[in-house]
Design a protein around this ligand. Structure first.
Ligand code: C5P
Length: 419
């Protein structure tokens, strides 16, 4: 298919890394145009192959428009043409299979060349990233897992599937949802420009909460706090750069979505709880940096409350303690909390770690200048449930994140070794 005229001006630059995007036959194929757009925004030149099954879910026109270029299909492969299309398309710097189906995995793992996608995959020598999307029963079947393992053995990488809502009506939620377009594009761009950080969190799912929550009294008034989200975003970005799959659940902050991770924006503590608990189902490390409001209105008003003469009394009710709830079903997850204390910090933080069943708590001091709320630096003390602790000097929030994840990774390794 040729480029639709109105989009010709959006043709990709002739330079920039070349990325082959293979779109597989899954309902998640409808996200492929967003992946193509993100890759182009990231400076890549994209080439697209859509399998015949993919075209049942996403149109050639929307792919061509998002790619600002031709879409290769089995039809174009078998059409008379001057080149062997599966060889031309294989000359790329990275390849990604979006909406990878069990069948396409099987064809690639079996070395088939019966269609353009499989034949091209046999010819690609650049890194290949698979982004599967299929229901949990199919993904966990030994046949599919064996195929994925075989591909991994040849150096292919995998992103997801993740836990979440997916599929056509009625399939509901579970493991099987495809990773989000930003995360896919971020992972592909990272393949092209390998990070210098050690990839010591590869294969782990890290869930981070960040920012404040808002507890509405009425539609226009709320209780909140000045948390900027910077600490949580630093943890999420550090985890991503060290190879983890990252879900960042954040309250209202002015920071943009970091590329290469899944971001869920929420407002209230109850929404935070739902989003964190859903993401935590398959998490290895959960870091609660969010400054969760302790209370919400006992009865939030649906209409704006008019001003009245004299004092008013607010009736508040406690919010659930999300970290403590996660601690009750801890499993092998490593749980990390943050606490702000103005006095008796270490004892209070250790008691909190015990009560919430957290592996450690980073204690920070809201009254120290240049640290905590809104600042780029932080001065924290790592406190364990038994009261042992390490005071760290004043560091950038990114450096605090690095040390925090070092500690969490060691604990995770210890728990794996313990079986
Ligand atoms: O508020 P507190 O000092 O108890 O917070 C300590 C830790 O617990 C923090 O990591 C915070 O994110 C978490 N927390 C929570 N749910 C709450 C309150 C705090 O998960 N309702």
């Amino acid at each position: 298919m040729t480029v639709p005229a109105p989009f010709a001006s959006a043709l990709p630059p002739a330079s920039g890394p070349r990325v082959l995007v293979i779109v597989g036959g899954s309902v998640a194929a409808i996200k492929a145009p967003a992946v193509l757009r993100r890759l182009r925004e990231g400076g890549a030149q994209v080439r697209v192959i859509a399998t015949s099954a993919a075209l049942a879910f996403v149109t050639e026109l929307s792919l061509a428009t998002a790619a600002a270029g031709e879409v290769a299909t089995d039809r174009t492969w078998f059409a008379p043409r001057p080149d062997a299309q599966h060889l031309t398309l294989a000359r790329v710097d990275a390849a990604v299979v979006v909406g990878a189906s069990a069948d396409l995995l099987a064809r690639a793992a079996g070395g088939h060349a019966s269609d353009l996608a499989s034949a091209t995959l046999l010819s690609v020598r650049a890194p290949v990233l698979w982004v599967p999307a299929m229901n949990e029963q199919m993904w966990t079947h030994p046949a599919v897992q064996a195929n994925a393992e075989r591909l991994r053995g040849w150096g292919h990488r995998f992103l997801g599937p993740v836990v979440g809502a997916f599929g056509t009506a009625g399939e509901g939620a579970g493991l099987g949802r495809m990773a989000e377009p930003e995360e896919i594009a971020g992972a592909v761009l990272a393949l092209l420009d390998p990070p210098t950080s050690p990839q010591d969190l590869a294969g782990l799912h890290v869930v981070v909460s960040a920012g404040p929550t808002r507890e509405y009294l009425d539609p226009v008034r709320f209780i909140s706090n000045p948390s900027s989200g910077k600490m949580g975003f630093a943890v999420a970005e550090e985890a991503r750069d060290r190879g983890a799959r990252v879900t960042l659940v954040t309250g209202p902050v002015s920071l943009p979505d970091p590329p290469g991770l899944t971001v869920r924006r929420i407002e209230t503590a109850l929404e935070l709880r739902d989003a964190v608990k859903e993401a935590a189902r398959d998490a290895d490390i959960v870091v609660m940096t969010a400054a969760v409001a302790d209370y919400r209105a006992a009865a939030a008003q649906t209409e704006k409350q008019a001003k009245v003469a004299g004092d008013v009394t607010l009736r508040l009710t406690p919010n659930p303690d999300i970290l403590a709830e996660l601690g009750q079903e801890k499993g092998k997850r490593v749980l990390v909390g943050f606490a702000m204390e103005t006095h008796a910090g270490i004892e209070r933080a250790a008691a909190k770690a015990r009560r919430k069943n957290a592996d450690f708590i980073l204690l920070n001091y809201p009254t120290r200048e240049g640290t905590a709320f809104g600042s780029d630096d932080n001065e924290v003390t790592l406190v364990r449930p038994d009261g042992s602790h390490e005071a760290w000097p004043r560091l950038s929030k990114r450096e605090v994140a690095r040390r925090l994840l070092d500690g969490a990774r060691r604990l995770r390794r210890g728990q794996e070794a313990a079986g």
